[in-house]
Design a protein around this ligand. Sequence first.
Ligand SMILES: [Mn+2]
Length: 335
Amino acid sequence: MAASTDSATKATSSERQKYKVVAWLNNLIERLKGWTPKHCQKLFSERELIELCYRARENFWKNNVKLEIKAPVKICGDIHGQYEDLLALLELNGWPPETTYLFLGDYVDRGPFSIEVISLLFAYQLLHPDKVFLLRGNHESRPVNMQYGFFLECRKRFSNVLYDAFQMAFYCMPLCAVINEKIICMHGGISEDLVDLKQLDKVERPCDIPDIGVIADLTWADPDEKIQMYAESNRGAGRVFGVEAVKKFLAVHNLELIVRAHQVVNDGYEFFAARQLVTIFSAPFYCGQMDNAAAVMTIDEELVCSFTVMRPDLKKDKEKEKPVEEKKEEPKATT
Ligand SMILES: [Mn+2]
C-alpha cells in the first residue's frame, strides 16, 4: 500500500512540475508577443533565458539530426534578429500551434534583436514540439556569432554566460528535415558526401560546424548555375552545387524537391534547376540595406507549394531605420 501511495504522489508531483513549465512557457510567449524595443530589457531575466536554453538543448538532443515532418507545414528562411518582422510574419501566416512551422536557421546575428527571435522560437518549440521545428543555420555557430553580432548583443544586454547557454543549445540542433518523405529541407544545401541519409544518424552532438564535409554543406552550401556538379565555394566553408548535382541528389535519395535558405533573394523566394530547388528568405528589407521582400512557403496536405510574400514599405522603413552601424565586407551572398 505504501509503495502505491508513493508512486501516486510522485506522478502528481511530476504532473505539477509539467504544468508549471507549460504555464511559464505560455507566459514567456505572451510577454514576447507584447514586446516593444523600449521595454525589451524588462521582459525576461537572464536566469529564465538560461533555463530556456538548457531545455531547448535537451529537446534537440532527444530528437534526430534529420527530422521527419508531415505536411501541411509552412517553411521560413533566415530571420537574423529582425524580431519585429518575425512577429509580423507570424501575424500574417498564423501563430503556432494552429499553424505548423519549419524554420531553416539563421535566427541570430546582424539584426538588432536576436535574443528575442531565438527565445520566442525556443519557447514555441518546447511548448509545441510537433508543431514548431527549428533547423540549424551557419549562424548557429560560435565563431560566426563572435563576428556578426550575437555575441556582442548577449554581452551588452546580459552576459557571456547567457551566450554560452545559447551555444550549448545550438550545438545540438538538427541539420535537415524531410517532409512526407519527398521534400528535403536544410539551411545551406546538398552535399556530395551525403550518399545515404542514414549517415545523418551518426552525427555526434554536441558539435560545432566544420569547414568541410556534410555538416558544412548542409549549413553553408549554395546553388550555382555556372557549374553542373560540385565546386569550391568562395564563402570559405561548404561548397557550391549545380543543376546536375541537384537532379542526381533527388534521384539517388528518391526525393522531389529541395527547400533551403541562406541567400537573400529579391522576392523572398527563388527557384533553381527547373523548380527542383527553392530558396526561401524571410527577413524583409534585410539589414536595412536590401530592398528584398520576405517569403514563407506553404506546403499543403497534397504537397502543393505556394508562397506568402511580405514586401517592406521601403519609404517608411528608410525613414525609420537608423544608419547601419558598420558595413561588413563579405562575399556577394551575405547570409
Ligand atoms: Mn546562412
